[in-house]
Design a protein. Sequence first.
Length: 145
Amino acid sequence: GKMIYADGSVYQGWWKDGSRSGRGNYTCSEGWSYEGEWKDDKRNGQGKVHCEDGDVYEGQWKNDRWDGEGKMIYADGSVYQGWWKDGSRSGRGNYTCSEGWSYEGEWKDDKRNGQGKVHCEDGDVYEGQWKNDRWDGEGKMIYAD
């Protein structure tokens, strides 16, 4: 079925007991859209969102949040592929920045935390411990020159 909300948002897809459940597409009047799986009126399962700022997320959802394995392509061209928890990067993941550097390793609460490796834009490579997006603990730096 199809529902047009008072604010102009539109949902087209499956319903169960008056709630969005199953496959469906939602276009929000605020400028974002979602296509994918729903359960109990929330995004749950596999889905893709086009955010109003130009970011695109495709992957697993739980209770309207990015949760599980997924890929985010940011509006500036940067890409994160890996694990999410409650809407934040958490677990193993790879991030490639549009500015030329990349990171592969562990994340927690949307920051590099744990063991990881960064390839800097100048060719230097750091591998070791991270805490809150900063080198912290044991690690080694390999310089390009």
